[in-house]
Design a protein around this ligand. Sequence first.
Ligand code: ADP
Ligand code: MG
Length: 333
Amino acid sequence: MKCKKNNIIKKLSAVLTASALLLTGCSGAKSSTQTDQDLTYTDMLFDTVIKIQILDPADESILDGLKKLCEKYDTMFSTTNTDSELYKLNHANGQSFTVSSETANLIQEGIHYSELSGGAFDLTIEPVSALWDFKADKPTVPSSDAIAQAVSHVDYTKVDIQDNTVTLEDPEAGIDLGAIAKGYIADQVKTYLKKQGIKHAIINLGGNVDVIGTKPDGSKYNIGIQKPFDESGEAITSVQLKDQTVVTSGIYERYFKKNGKLYHHILDPRTGYPCENNLYSVSIITDSSTKADALSTTCFLLGYEKGMELIQSMDGVEAIFITDDEKVHKIGI
Ligand code: ADP
Ligand code: MG
């Protein structure tokens, strides 16, 4: 079983470069950030490949701590694992359900970005997102009837939250934290590693990158933003990070093509179909990965003009928008 998992990890590790990659500037086997003391935790969680590289000398037991932490969150925010709080909340038939303070706080964050975007981002997208399977061997487009039915249950204003007790006023509604959970988990991993005394590390959750400090030599990490649809993982541009995060939402990360049309996983809550605009991707650079994850999806859904305006109105947030003519538009960098 373990062996099979390792093989999958090997095959999928290319996916890690799907939206961000560490640029080293050398072609040797060992990257410029690696030392003999490096500890790396690789796994397949949160529906993606994760890789956490500790660049300080540290005790191996730290890897067990990482594994426990990541596995906890893998269950906590899953919409399909019947043991998860989110699954239980989504299947409470409109009854109030008490969740952990972590889940409650993340739901509050989701409501915040739903309000901020006027519903372009909507954390109650679950009835719609559950209809789409972008990773299936033979993916299909759901029927228009099923989509219309699901869309009628998407409405973030019908989520009532009092402390840790959540009520979905529409019994058919469901919460999907997929657009912000990986950012939140990256922040928690960062906090954990810092508490263990780690001063240099790279946390990569499926292209959602969060770094601790600088590289051991004091220079900033150079993180590449992938050229959209380029399978070799070539970078179109890069960002320099020190104790920051870069998170990308794009149409080339999870998609399938049917009859020449591309269907991707960022869904328009008004139509139930993939959001259509002239963007390939949005990357957000800031100090909180939760914020970066939420904003990258939100800006993608708002589109180029409104997304740009939103970023310009914020302090401490930089962004890179890539439009479908492959132009790179940088804000604040
Ligand atoms: P990734 O999961 O590749 O990191 P994103 O952070 O952009 O990409 O999140 C995409 C996920 O967000 C989808 O898989 C789905 O779970 C959720 N989602 C899709 N559309 C919306 C939407 N309009 N509002 C909120 N969440 C969404
Ligand atoms: Mg996101």
